[in-house]
Write a protein that binds this ligand. Structure first.
Ligand SMILES: NC(=O)c1ccc[n+]([C@@H]2O[C@H](COP(=O)([O-])OP(=O)(O)OC[C@H]3O[C@@H](n4cnc5c(N)ncnc54)[C@H](OP(=O)(O)O)[C@@H]3O)[C@@H](O)[C@H]2O)c1
Length: 336
């Protein structure tokens, strides 16, 4: 990329997260490498109302119109699901297009294959937004894994279950708490993926891969959901000085195996995992030399997740700038 060139961002998906990213790009972001410009944006239904409405002129239902744009530099994937997202991401990587994705189902399922293809074609594949929303979890673990040995990693990483369990502490039975979460925009109309621990298992697989350097099969993570938790259980936890949290945890054993599980757990009130309320997340890593490192913040939502994606775009462009010029990166980024 030459200085002053615009950097064209193609997108797959323009829903909660994609809409947030498109809004930020259309509002104007200039990196050292140039100004971000929005290319084609893939959606299913052109007639849906969109926020921001000025994204409409970029919309298409034809993925090839996004990927075949000769000017596209980076693809941002926020359509969700494994297929057809995997097919499109793979196709982009093979065309030499860098990819940023928020899609934990995709990365948990195909991370090993897609990172290998990205390596083969010399392009970046970044997925900070897939775990922990705005919290810089992936880049922190990558850095820690480079300079230390990560022994354990985990956290409270599903905002929906945390919202539901927090509401139950306020006396709401599970079904009502789930409806509260749906009304507040923290649960989907079908909340099974969250309530059954599938989303947390996806994220734990990604955390494990980043921390331990090998991709586990997310299906083999021991998993229990929170559907059977009652107000009596919540009260019992309180009487023992604990909270019930859906905790995800992975531990490396002798460098040869990873033990990993997701499920409702009694957490002492003074433990970091007891702290997140509502849709907040917390991630804890324990490294041999650095000891415990705790990260927390907003784990989901349009603005927080878009922020993580913009961060990945910045990283890719900074890295390219370094490769191209060999000069130190000392110019400021300007955000709208
Ligand atoms: N929501 C969050 O807080 C959050 C946080 C972190 C990560 N994520 C991840 O981000 C991704 C997107 O989540 P979201 O909440 O933004 O989802 P969403 O609101 O349902 O948006 C999905 C978008 O992708 C489009 N799309 C889906 N399937 C398509 C297909 N087959 N062909 C063309 N377009 C398709 C949809 O088009 P239409 O609009 O026309 O239907 C929509 O614009 C998911 O992987 C999710 O796990 C979400």
């Amino acid at each position: 990329l030459d200085t002053d060139e615009s950097i064209v961002i193609g997108m797959l998906g323009c829903g909660v997260v994609g809409g947030g990213v498109a809004d930020r790009v259309l509002s104007g972001i200039t990196f050292r490498a140039g100004r971000l410009r929005l290319g084609g944006v893939l959606v299913r239904d052109l007639s849906k109302p969109r926020e921001p409405s000025r994204v409409r002129q970029h919309l298409t239902t034809d993925a090839e119109r996004v990927l075949n744009d000769a000017n596209i530099d980076i693809l941002v994937e926020c359509m969700g699901g494994v297929e057809p997202a995997a097919k499109h991401v793979e196709s982009a990587l093979r065309r030499g297009i860098h990819v940023v994705t928020a899609n934990k189902a995709l990365i948990a399922d195909r991370g090993a294959r897609l990172t290998a293809i990205a390596g083969e074609y010399g392009v970046a594949l970044r997925y900070e937004a897939a775990v922990g929303g705005a919290i810089p979890v992936i880049r922190t673990l990558e850095h820690l894994a480079e300079c230390d040995e990560i022994l354990e990693v985990g956290g409270v990483i599903n905002g929906t279950t945390n919202f539901v369990l927090s509401a139950m502490e306020g006396g709401r039975p599970l079904e009502q708490a789930v409806r509260d979460a749906q009304r507040a925009g923290f649960a989907e109309s079908d909340p099974s993926t969250d309530l059954e621990g599938i989303d947390a298992a996806h994220k734990l697989a990604i955390l494990s891969a980043t921390a331990f350097g090998a991709w586990p099969r997310w299906e083999s993570i021991a998993r229990r959901g929170i559907r059977e938790i009652t107000l009596d259980d919540v009260e019992y936890a309180r009487s023992r000085g604990c909270r019930i949290k859906s905790a995800a945890w992975a531990r490396r054993i002798d460098r040869i195996a990873i033990v990993a599980s997701v499920g409702p757990t009694l957490i002492p009130i003074d433990h970091p995992f007891a702290a997140p309320r509502d849709a907040e997340n917390v991630v804890l890593a324990i490294a041999r030399h650095a000891g415990p490192i705790i990260l927390g913040g907003v784990g989901a939502g349009r603005e927080a997740t878009a922020s993580a994606i913009i961060g990945d775009l910045a990283d890719i462009l900074r890295e390219l700038g370094r490769k191209n010029s060999g000069a130190p990166d000392n110019e400021e980024t300007r955000y709208a």
